[in-house]
Design a protein around this ligand. Sequence first.
Ligand SMILES: Nc1ncnc2c1ncn2[C@@H]1O[C@H](COP(=O)(O)OP(=O)(O)OP(=O)(O)O)[C@@H](O)[C@H]1O
Ligand SMILES: [Mg+2]
Length: 251
Amino acid sequence: MGVLPDTIYYPFCGLVGPKYCDCKAGEGAFREWCRSAAVCHALQEKRRVEIKRAMEFSQIPKHWWKKTMLSFEGQEEIKLAVNRYLDCFQKMQEAGCGMYLWSEGSGRGKTHLLSAVCQEIIRRYAVSCIFMTEEHIFRKIRESFDDPGIGEEARIRQFLTIPCLFIDDFGATKTTAWKNEMMTAILDYRLNHALPTFFTSNFSLPSYESSLQSSSVARPGRITSRIYEMCRGFILEVKGEDFRRKLATPL
Ligand SMILES: Nc1ncnc2c1ncn2[C@@H]1O[C@H](COP(=O)(O)OP(=O)(O)OP(=O)(O)O)[C@@H](O)[C@H]1O
Ligand SMILES: [Mg+2]
């Protein structure tokens, strides 16, 4: 029958199963075992645990875990563009292409959409992501200064090298020369290494650049110029009403 009396651990599914003979019957019996309910269930469970771990690693706040593309209402045009991006994500990733979602108003669904994109990339493509607000990123970098043993690049390494970096509320914190320098270093590295970076912001790119100009940061166009290149084709305005107000309206 091709089944041997010993058992063996199969790392691909995390189960102990029968050992199979190298003969044709053994190959058939092994394939049959791979299709069994026990193995399918173990594979599903393994995938579920991997996704949960990747979601926790990404640091998307739990609140956003249930915000998906499906639960995003209306705004068909932007959903179409985002789904187009997700469907050809592998090509986008190779090209280092990310996404910039902006609207001047609040509650339009920028963070909802971007966290849905991040979750889809984790679930469908098993790619490592970090999802943080700009403020949180700067806080993390600042915290690393408590450890004098860490070198300049190591302080920001996780933001440089993560395959996909999601920056929520880009431009929301008060600009300083230090922040500008850090952000330029992160974006410059990611652009040069074709690593997709994603943003939500309350600024369009031209108005972000003007805001840098008025805060007298040196060479204000350096950041926006990089974003234009890294998000080409996916600089999208999120229109619509303030959903938070809508949710607050009594039924
Ligand atoms: N089109 C939508 N469909 C379903 N829920 C939505 C939609 N737009 C917004 N929401 C919900 O409204 C709330 C606010 O949305 P979100 O935080 O994404 O807005 P935002 O544009 O990021 O706002 P801000 O500029 O203040 O950061 C969230 O709970 C979100 O899930
Ligand atoms: Mg937001």
